[in-house]
Design a protein around this ligand. Structure first.
Ligand SMILES: Nc1ncnc2c1ncn2[C@@H]1O[C@H](COP(=O)(O)OP(=O)(O)O)[C@@H](O)[C@H]1O
Ligand SMILES: [Mg+2]
Length: 422
């Protein structure tokens, strides 16, 4: 896909005909996806509000007209749902855009009530269910011949040694769903190097009773395909390679680059999305094994945290999402710029701290190599998440929040250990 200009699908904001004070309410505003959506939609003329459980960089964006705090969807899911209803009644947005697996779970539980008042930028429930549950995604992938890492599901009381023998070492253990309801924190995939380590993880409070899968660790390139599918047609295709993630095994993309989608991953992604009929934005994640064969990781049926890369490369995913949810006409994205690099500095600092503090192993390079990569990439030109000259306050807020968290972390560690490195 060569350089080219993509037509922005203007939100054609119906502000004049609409009585509400907002056109779109972006939830999970502390995430990068929300900020980028707010900017893209605001710039295109929509009246945007941003909301979250905590103060967020997006609240400072010049494109955000209204912002507000919501209850915690983990501790008080019903209060969160009630607050969403109140928000919708107060501002009358046409569309609600959630971007976090946790808020999406609450919305799913209260969907019909909410949908009587506002369009939700999510695929219909039957489609979402297949993408959110890895067991269903994997079963579909198998039926379509899309390769997966060797996988076994871990049942309570299962034979850990047998499971490890089946997938091989090192292995990766992860929840069947990215978001486990009632958990304070997202359970991240973990590498295990042996049976005792796996047993220890299975005994952790947050992991007990959670449906898990054990997989062969595949250590190659991470490629993700983003698709926008609606009304029987794919309106946009995009691919990124992620060079680093936080946590280091895999999580949120830190340093990534727009690439021409490779045929193998693109074909598999399109088949999966079409088979599910998965409407709206979806991210199909792959990791290659050491021979270069792509293995499906999962499908995320919501905006990627990395979305700014696609937007900067020229595809207006937030505009598509808004227009689709509002039932308006869509424009097909033609091309985008490849070779655009973006870096999330806060994530990279965390990555550096994690890799310097751990013994080398799968996805943990030796300290010298980690430092070298961090420094080399600090010298290479790239875009930075949050940072645009035309809307500087979110970046300032994010830096301040990172610094504060860093100091608090350091302070707590110093108190706990009487000083020194945490
Ligand atoms: N079997 C595996 N081998 C190597 N890396 C993996 C494996 N499973 C997951 N990862 C890494 O961890 C990331 C998170 O795993 P994923 O399946 O996407 O779960 P989730 O995002 O729901 O936590 C992946 O994007 C990938 O980079
Ligand atoms: Mg993932």
């Amino acid at each position: 896909m060569s350089a080219g200009v993509t037509r922005r699908s203007r939100p054609q904001a119906a502000s004049r005909e609409r009585s509400g004070t907002l056109d779109v309410a972006v939830l999970d505003a502390s995430g990068r996806a929300a900020l980028i959506s707010a900017r893209a939609l605001g710039e295109a003329g929509a009246r945007v509000g941003a909301f979250d459980r905590e103060q967020a960089p997006a609240f400072r964006s010049r494109w955000v007209r209204e912002s507000g705090l919501l209850p915690d969807f983990v501790a008080e899911p019903d209060a969160y749902a009630a607050a969403l209803l109140a928000l919708v009644e107060r501002y009358e947005p046409e569309v609600l855009i959630p971007a976090h697996d946790g808020s999406i779970e609450v919305i799913r539980a209260h969907r019909s009530e909410l949908e009587r008042r506002v369009a939700i930028a999510l695929a219909p429930e039957s489609q979402l269910a297949v993408a959110i549950d890895k067991a269903q995604t994997f079963a579909l992938a198998e039926s379509l011949g899309v390769a997966l890492p060797r996988s076994v599901s871990l049942q309570a009381g299962c034979d850990v040694e047998e499971a490890l023998a089946e997938v091989g070492l090192p292995a990766v253990v992860k929840p069947m769903r990215s978001w486990v309801e009632g958990s304070e924190e997202r359970l991240m995939s973990l590498v295990v190097s042996g049976a005792s380590e796996l047993r220890a993880i299975l005994a952790l409070p947050g992991w007990r009773g959670v449906p898990l899968v054990l997989q062969q660790w595949v250590g190659g390139r991470r490629e993700a395909v983003w698709l926008f599918f609606a009304r029987g047609k794919i309106w946009a295709r995009f691919a990124q390679v992620a060079y680093r993630m936080n946590p280091p095994l895999g999580g949120a993309s830190i340093l990534r680059e727009s690439i021409v989608p490779n045929r193998d991953v693109l074909e598999s992604s399109e088949r999966l999305v079409r088979e599910i009929g998965l409407e709206g934005f979806s991210e199909v994640e792959f990791r290659r094994d050491l021979s270069g064969r792509p293995m499906l990781m999962e499908i995320n049926p919501r905006l990627s945290a990395s979305i700014e890369l696609g937007v900067r490369a020229g595809i207006d995913f937030p505009g598509l999402l808004y227009a689709w949810a509002a039932g308006r006409s869509l424009h097909e994205a033609q091309s985008y710029r490849v070779g655009i690099r973006m870096r999330w500095l806060g994530g990279d600092l965390r990555w550096l701290r994690a890799t310097l503090g751990a013994a080398p192993g799968p996805d943990i390079p030796p300290r010298g190599v980690a430092l070298g990569r961090f420094l080399r990439d600090s010298l290479r030109p790239s875009g930075y998440d949050y940072l645009v000259a035309s809307d500087p306050l979110p970046a300032l807020f994010a830096s301040y929040a990172l610094l504060r968290r860093g100091l608090v972390h350091y302070g707590a560690a110093a108190r706990a250990f009487g000083g020194g490195r945490s």
